[in-house]
Design a binder for this molecule. Structure first.
Ligand SMILES: Cc1cc2nc3c(=O)[nH]c(=O)nc-3n(C[C@H](O)[C@H](O)[C@H](O)COP(=O)(O)O)c2cc1C
Length: 362
């Protein structure tokens, strides 16, 4: 039988009730890394809206790993605790709560978007960033934040931070850990020759550039419960075809290695490594072909993200076997009830929150 948007997805011992995931989206509304009421309402209302997976935003494994001072953090037990009532609420709605574990690498230490998004110098409360090599991100604003090439000790420390973050997320009740290897942040910076010119075993060849990201995936998998899935979000291409860069062939090669390291689903995004990137198209489902290619390369499940905005589109994606999960970002900012409305449009009978039953039939 053909799977559709409302066919549950079983990954390890976890049953996701449908194929819609709320894409991780930074809210820049944390206080010193702590979740606030905003997170509870934001994530909670999307769970009420019926999504199968509610993925919390990029959550920093260390203070240095934050993109901005408003990022969520999980570098201490009390920061994880601040998320646990949200997790519980999301589960009560029948959704699986996920958390994206992240380190911003050389793209850290910038203002919140609504404060301008520019780099924050150290004297104004910014911080030194970490990266595979000491080349700062060329911010379009013209300023840079100093970037230090990671030493062997730094590598071990960051791996340990990801492992500890996963343990805390597990203890807070999250059901999925997604590792952020995309959008030009630290783990992507190791993968891409644009940002990695190390001459040790973590730079140079494809195998060497993939080594640290894969070690991080293994470390998370080691502590993540056996019956719960780990996701890995990648940038399928750097969109920089005129220079040595990461491309779709590299992603197809990486996918089975991620699966071997313990990833159960590859969430396929793209871009973010360098402002020179040229994105050829960003129309409906613009990254779906990348998900499809990764899907062909691995036995792991695959998520497609980018420009998925309608029920029909999301359903077709699953029915045609192009991906296993429809990952929806901005449409969820417009409409937290995307999934309930999709069920209505597709004529599928799903449970509504009992509090909202009277809004169900038009
Ligand atoms: C406000 C906002 C915040 C985002 N934050 C994250 C994030 O924390 N982690 C991530 O991997 N992607 C992040 N993204 C990218 C989205 O998850 C998604 O991949 C992208 O918006 C494309 O999907 P869409 O067309 O459905 O929005 C963010 C996007 C937006 C609009």
């Amino acid at each position: 039988m053909t799977d559709s948007l409302f066919t549950p997805l079983r990954l390890r011992g976890t049953e996701i009730p449908n194929r819609v995931m709320v894409s991780p989206m930074c809210q820049y509304s944390a206080e010193d890394g702590f979740a606030t009421e905003w997170h509870r309402v934001h994530l909670g209302s999307r769970a009420v809206g019926g999504a199968g997976v509610v993925m919390a935003e990029a959550t920093a494994v260390s203070p240095t790993g934050r993109i901005s001072p408003g990022d969520l953090g999980i570098w201490s037990a009390d920061r994880a605790d601040a998320l646990s009532n949200t997790v519980e609420f999301v589960r009560e709605q029948g959704a699986i709560p996920g958390i994206q574990l992240a380190h911003a690498g050389r793209k850290a230490s910038v203002e919140r978007p609504w404060d301008g998004g520019g780099p924050i110098p150290e004297e104004a409360g910014g911080w030194e960033t970490l990266a595979p090599s000491a080349n700062p991100y060329p911010h379009p604003e013209g300023d840079t934040v100093p970037t230090r090439a990671m030493t062997r000790d730094d590598l071990d420390r960051v791996t340990a931070q990801f492992r500890l973050a996963a343990e805390r997320a597990r203890d807070a009740g999250f059901g999925i850990a997604e590792i952020h290897l995309a959008h030009g942040y630290l783990l992507h910076e190791f993968l891409s020759p644009v940002t990695n010119d190390r001459d040790d075993e973590y730079g140079g060849s494809f195998e060497n550039r993939a080594r640290f990201p894969l070690e991080v995936v293994e470390a998370v998998r080691e502590v993540w419960p056996d019956d719960q899935p780990v996701f890995a979000r990648i940038s399928a291409t750097d969109w920089l075809p005129d220079r040595p860069s990461w491309d779709l062939d590299d992603s197809a090669r990486l996918a089975p290695l991620l699966a071997e390291a313990g990833a159960d689903l590859i969430d396929v995004s793209s871009g973010g490594i360098h402002p020179d990137q040229r994105v050829p198209e960003s129309g409906p489902g613009y990254q779906v072909p990348y998900a499809e290619r990764v899907n062909e390369a691995t036995d792991a499940a695959v998520g497609a993200v980018g420009g998925i905005t309608t029920a029909e589109q999301a359903d077709q994606l699953i029915r045609n076997g192009r991906a296993d999960l429809a990952v929806v970002g901005r449409e969820h900012l417009r409409n937290p009830y995307f999934t309930l409305e999709a069920a209505h449009e597709l004529g599928v009978d799903v449970d509504w929150p009992k509090q909202y039953e009277r809004g169900r039939f038009r």
